[in-house]
Design a protein. Structure first.
Length: 433
């Protein structure tokens, strides 16, 4: 009985429970008390140096995918103001917070200037630098793009802070958000583990880029084989355009899902936001998609989007129709196969053949009439099948590589989160990479 401790209810309320000896984790060099949650303002200093003389024209932008990069390499045209004297100067090693949100960055992105020369950023961004000795900059960049930090930031934001793709974050809210700060040695280990995963992702991205380039070259070689006779596209494919979206179609007895340009990407369909409008039974039959149909983005203010194709593979239950912003190409039975239509359309986009026949000045658009007159080198059905098998196999290899890179990105996010909240042991993570 002498080993028992007499405690009161008050002891339990203040202490939680009697202390027990807990053996440290194997290989652990730090205790929980070594880890701190600190306000961002404790480890960074705001930077407000302006490009007063306007001489620095190295305009940078923050991308959730690519970090802090030159604006001219991110946008197709210069979007910075003509007068950049009010822009912030970002020295090498300093940080920038972009409040713009995206699917992969719900609370914006923090990036660091990894270049050897200073750049300038929009005054809408926050610029700051790590206090000397307060935190390892490489670690800080990771921690500030973690769920923990953005979760803390979300808790700081007042109601109505989110609007139109950007957060209305005040300086006080941002710098009051808390960051996980382990000992310096642990920061280094976390950086090393995440960097190893990043290296694998970079390698997979490079492999995917190489596969995509080979696929495009091979597709062009096959589609433009000059030993094959040329015919007009209208003799190989059936063309159709969808219906115009009008107010009277917003309601009705035959509300039907339909695809529009926003749903069509480069060889892919984005079905996360499919709208509906009223198509009567005859229209459903005429404009309804069939397995293997190829939908092509008919027009856009961006030249890069004109002619973007994707194949419909019955991803949604029928009927699903199309809006006028899309061209629908369908293989003519006994003349060609759907896979050939898809690869021809991909080539027409990649080679800018679709763009070449597009009319319009500011907004380019491809009419069915123009598309019907395009040249098609149509081989025999057997040869089309051979081509499709070869190109589809290359597409599958490319998609598998991209999927592996996407999976690793998810693993990276979970790994970083687990390391920061200590649900993943650092020793186990180091063995895994």
């Amino acid at each position: 009985m002498s080993d028992w401790e007499q405690i009161t209810l008050g002891d339990l309320q203040t202490r939680g429970r009697p202390k027990v000896a807990v053996p440290p984790q194997a290989g652990s060099r730090t205790s929980m008390s070594d880890w701190r949650q600190v306000a961002l303002s404790e480890v960074v200093t705001r930077v407000t140096a302006k490009n007063d003389d306007g001489t620095n024209q190295n305009v940078l932008t923050v991308s959730a995918e690519h970090g802090l990069i030159a604006q001219e390499s991110f946008f197709t045209k210069k979007v910075a103001s003509k007068d950049t004297s009010g822009y912030y100067v970002v020295a090498p090693g300093q940080f920038v917070y972009n409040k713009s949100t995206s699917r992969s960055a719900a609370y914006g992105t923090v990036a660091r200037n990894l270049r050897d020369e200073p750049g300038i950023v929009s005054p809408l961004y926050f610029v700051f630098e790590a206090k000397e000795g307060a935190a390892l900059p490489e670690y800080l960049e990771l921690a500030l793009n973690s769920d923990q930090f953005f979760g803390s930031l979300a808790g700081m934001l007042r109601e109505g802070a989110r609007s139109h793709g950007a957060l209305n974050v005040r300086l006080g809210e941002f710098y009051a958000a808390t960051v996980t700060l382990p000992p310096a040695s642990m920061q280094e280990r976390i950086v090393k583990v995440i960097s190893a995963v990043d290296d694998q992702i970079i390698a997979l991205d490079a492999e995917a880029g190489a596969l995509a380039a080979v696929l495009r070259r091979r597709r062009a070689d096959l589609i433009t084989d000059d030993s094959v006779e040329v015919m007009r596209a209208e003799h190989a494919f059936d063309f159709s355009t969808g219906v115009r979206r009008t107010p009277d179609r917003a309601v009705g007895p035959y509300m039907t899902p339909y695809l529009r340009s926003a749903n069509v990407g480069y060889g892919t369909l984005d079905l996360s936001d499919v709208l509906e409008m009223n198509y009567d039974p005859a229209e459903r039959k005429k404009f309804g998609l069939q397995y293997g149909d190829v939908v092509v983005s008919e027009g856009s203010a961006s030249a890069n989007a004109v002619g973007m194709p994707a194949m419909w593979r019955d991803e949604l239950p029928a009927p699903v129709c199309t809006q006028m912003t899309l061209l629908r190409l369908r293989a003519l039975e006994g003349v060609c196969i759907p896979e050939f239509v898809f690869h021809w359309s991909m080539w027409a986009y990649e080679s800018r053949a679709f763009l070449d026949v597009a009319g319009g000045t500011n907004i380019k658009h491809i009419s069915a009439k123009r598309a019907k007159g395009m040249a098609v080198r149509l081989p025999s059905l057997d040869r089309q099948r051979e081509m499709a098998v070869e190109l589809d196999a290359m597409e599958s290899a490319l998609e598998a590589t991209r999927a592996e890179a996407a999976r690793l990105r998810e693993v990276r996010a979970g790994l970083l989160s687990g390391l920061l909240d200590r649900t993943i042991d650092i020793e186990s993570a180091e063995l895994g990479v």
